[in-house]
Design a protein around this ligand. Structure first.
Ligand SMILES: [Zn+2]
Ligand SMILES: [Zn+2]
Length: 327
């Protein structure tokens, strides 16, 4: 597949080492790329089958700079977002039943395909989303995974009135705003004694914030776990009321310790949430256009990607890290 770069949006020197475009691909000049915990799991070798060598990054905001031969929708100059879901087969039982997030042959951005820790990237336009006006490039980047996965996890938790968030990082800080827009009450659980994180959660409207070793003042109807800590599963199960659900939203978690049956008895539900569908994205960005979501970000020049990952690993970031190629 040959790149048809013809556009005036590319400088002569930029045309030389561009990614190859498939027929449905657009070339994207990256404006911002968020740093997700999944990137850390990939870099640390905790996810087993990344393509190697690999450019990570799946929270990409940028401008379309060139079009593949069969691109139908995108135009040069459009601002688009590229999420984790990069391609699905459209043929398997999952794809044909509205569950393309589970497609056996799915390709993921920054894992199977090169991602956005780069000045340019290529993406299948059918899996990109327009970014609502009103969001800066860097502010929009965390919406592409942290925002989307939190949105899907909240959807799976249903219309729970009291929702607990275990792990108050990039995903939770956006999801609590979505929850509040629906009238749900937010309970935030941070690392024990992280009073700064608890203050951050209260500033975003949590009715209660405490350490993950604390018991909430009232039983929860649902709990979402964003921290990659399996020991939080029995903790969260013990905190939800009968009929409540615990949703694990991360792609990787340490082993879950055994627990007594009585804490899942009473029709409590434990499940995971995996990836996203394009329908999730359409719904989430429609919501983000209506409800202004405030993303708290720390900006890093692209050259400091390793520093951003180190700060995420150490739990020193508030909100989300975002890499900026132009800085
Ligand atoms: Zn499929
Ligand atoms: Zn992610």
């Amino acid at each position: 597949m040959v790149l048809e770069a013809g556009g005036s949006l590319l400088r002569e020197d930029e045309r030389r080492e561009l990614p190859k475009l498939g027929p449905h691909d657009v070339l994207i000049r990256v404006a911002a790329c968020g740093v997700c915990r999944t990137d850390l799991h990939i870099v640390d070798g905790e996810l087993r089958h990344p393509k190697l060598p690999l450019i990570p990054g799946h929270e990409i905001v940028g401008t379309v700079a060139a079009l593949g031969s069969d691109v139908a929708r995108a135009r040069e100059g459009d601002r688009v977002g590229v999420p984790w879901l990069g391609w699905t087969c459209g043929e398997c039982t999952f794809c044909r039943s509205g569950r393309e997030n589970l497609c056996d042959r799915a390709k993921f951005t920054g894992y199977d395909n090169d991602g956005g820790y780069a000045e340019f990237t290529a993406a299948d336009e059918r899996f990109t989303f327009p970014i609502p006006t009103g969001y800066g490039d860097a502010e929009a980047a965390p919406l592409l995974c942290a925002g989307l996965i939190g949105f899907r996890a909240l959807g799976i938790a249903g219309d729970a009135e009291r929702v607990g968030f275990y792990g108050f990082g990039a995903a939770a800080h956006i999801a609590v705003q979505v929850a509040q827009s629906r009238g749900q009450k937010v309970y935030a659980f941070t690392r024990p004694s992280d009073s700064h994180g608890q203050e951050f959660a209260r500033s975003l409207g949590a009715v209660w914030a405490g350490g993950s070793d604390e018991v909430p003042p009232e039983p929860l109807d649902a709990a979402l776990i964003f921290a990659p800590v399996g020991a939080l599963v029995p903790t969260a199960l013990a905190a939800v009321a009968k009929g409540g659900s615990v949703v694990c939203a991360g792609i990787h978690m340490s082993d879950i310790p055994s627990f007594p049956y009585e804490i899942i008895w009473g029709e409590r539900v434990l499940r995971s949430v995996a990836n996203l569908t394009r329908k999730d994205g359409d719904e989430f960005f429609a919501l983000a256009a209506k409800v202004p979501l405030r993303t708290v970000i720390t900006r890093f020049p692209l050259g400091q990607a390793n520093e951003a990952l180190a700060q995420l690993r150490a739990g020193r970031l508030e909100g989300a890290a975002v890499l900026l190629p132009a800085e």
